[in-house]
Design a protein around this ligand. Structure first.
Ligand SMILES: [Ca+2]
Ligand SMILES: [Ca+2]
Ligand SMILES: [Ca+2]
Ligand SMILES: [Ca+2]
Length: 339
C-alpha cells in the first residue's frame, strides 16, 4: 500500500476538487529547497474484460469488472454499478476480496420510458451493484466476475457496461473527487452466434468388391448450424485395398470444395479436399448446406490370406480448425467385403 508521502495516510472522500498538498522539502523558511506540489486525490478506474470475444448459442462468457485506484490517495465508500444485457442468465462467480460487502445482481429499478402498452419489461436481475468498496492508492484492485449464459436459440450480443463512482440520481454528482473523472466507465461486448455443425455420411458405396473392379462412394457433407467456410475433408481406406482415381460432385455443385488425390511415396493414396463453404439451414433458404461427393477408385487385388472385411473412412474438419456445436459427428465409416 503506497500512500502519498506528504500527508499522513488517510482515505479521501468528498475532498474539495482543488485539494492540493504543498510541502516544502526544505527544513526551514527561507531555505532554497524546491517546493513539491502533489495533487492529493484518488483516481478511481474501472475496466471490464471478457473471457471470449464470441460464443455459441447456450455457451457462457465471463466478464471481469476490475476497480482500481492508481491515484495519489486511497478511497472508501466507493460505489460501482454495472449492467449486463442480452444474456439468458447471469451469476456472480467471484466476489472482491477484503471488502465489507459482496456485490449483488438485482432487477434494475428504472423501467423503460415511456412505459406504454406492449413495452417489454425485463425482470431479469442484470444490474450489478458493488457498494462500500475500499481501494488503496496503487493497491490491490477489487475484482468481481459475472458469468453470462447466452440464449440457446437466438444469436445476438451480450453487452456489459459499468461506472465506478457514478453520478448520483438525486445530486447529479459523483461522490469522490478524483484527479481524473473521465476514466470511470467501461464496457465490453460479446457476440453470440450459431456455431456450425458439420456432419458427414455415406449415401452409397459397394458392399461386395473384387480386384480390378471400379467402385464409387457417394458421400454427403451437411451443416446443421451457422454458416462456415474453409471446410476440409479427408477420405481414405483403412487398409491397402483401393486406388483412388477421381472426385466428382453431384450436379457439379462444389460449394467451394477443391479436392486432390494424394500419392504419398511410402503410403497408400487418399483423397483430401479443402476450402468448402456451407450455409446455415436455419437462416438460408437457398439450401446451400449440403454437398455430395462421388469418389471413384479401383479395387486392388487382395493379397492371399489377408482379411476380406474392409472399410473406408471420411472425416470432415479433420484438422479441427472449425469450432462446432457438435464435434462428435464428423466421421463416417463404410464397410465392404472382398468377394
Ligand atoms: Ca477516475
Ligand atoms: Ca468521481
Ligand atoms: Ca460436427
Ligand atoms: Ca470441428
Amino acid at each position: 500500500m503506497q500512500w502519498n508521502s506528504v500527508r499522513p495516510p488517510r482515505l479521501s472522500r468528498k475532498l474539495g476538487r482543488a485539494a492540493f498538498a504543498v510541502t516544502l522539502l526544505g527544513a526551514s523558511l527561507g531555505s532554497a529547497a524546491p517546493a513539491t506540489f502533489a495533487q492529493d486525490l484518488p483516481d478511481l478506474t474501472l475496466n471490464i474484460a471478457r473471457s471470449k470475444t464470441d460464443i455459441g448459442l447456450g455457451e457462457t462468457v465471463d466478464f471481469t469488472f476490475t476497480m482500481s485506484d492508481p491515484g495519489a490517495v486511497g478511497a472508501s465508500g466507493v460505489l460501482m454499478t454495472g449492467d449486463i444485457m442480452g444474456a439468458d442468465s447471469l451469476s456472480i462467480i467471484q466476489q472482491p476480496t477484503g471488502q465489507a460487502q459482496d456485490c449483488t445482481l438485482s432487477v434494475p429499478l428504472t423501467l423503460p420510458t415511456p412505459l406504454g402498452r406492449g413495452t417489454p419489461v425485463s425482470l431479469q436481475a442484470n444490474h450489478l451493484t458493488c457498494s462500500d468498496i475500499l481501494l488503496a492508492a496503487n493497491g490491490a484492485p477489487a475484482i468481481v466476475k459475472v458469468r453470462a449464459t447466452a440464449s440457446s436459440t437466438t444469436p445476438g450480443t451480450i453487452s456489459a457496461s459499468g461506472f465506478i463512482d457514478p453520478a448520483g440520481i438525486a445530486t447529479g454528482k459523483d461522490h469522490v473527487d478524483e484527479s481524473n473523472e473521465n476514466n470511470n466507465d467501461a464496457n465490453s461486448d460479446v457476440t453470440v452466434k450459431r456455431l456450425p455443425d458439420l456432419d458427414v455420411d455415406f449415401l452409397d458405396g459397394p458392399n461386395i468388391v473384387e480386384g480390378g473392379a471400379p467402385v464409387t462412394f457417394k458421400v454427403r457433407v451437411l451443416n446443421h448450424g451457422g454458416k462456415t467456410d474453409d471446410i476440409d475433408l479427408d477420405f481414405r481406406s483403412d487398409r491397402d485395398d483401393l486406388n483412388y482415381e477421381s472426385v466428382d460432385f453431384v450436379d457439379d455443385v462444389r460449394h467451394g470444395f477443391s479436392c486432390d488425390i494424394k500419392e504419398p511415396v511410402t503410403a497408400r493414396n487418399f483423397v483430401t479436399c479443402s476450402h468448402g463453404e456451407l450455409g446455415d439451414p436455419n437462416a438460408n433458404p437457398a439450401n446451400d448446406e449440403t454437398v455430395t461427393l462421388l469418389i471413384g477408385a479401383k479395387v486392388k487385388t487382395r493379397l492371399p490370406f489377408s482379411d476380406k472385411d474392409r472399410s473406408v473412412t471420411v472425416t470432415v474438419d479433420q484438422n479441427h480448425s472449425i469450432r462446432e456445436s457438435n464435434e462428435d459427428n464428423n466421421t463416417a465409416k463404410h464397410a465392404f467385403h472382398y468377394d
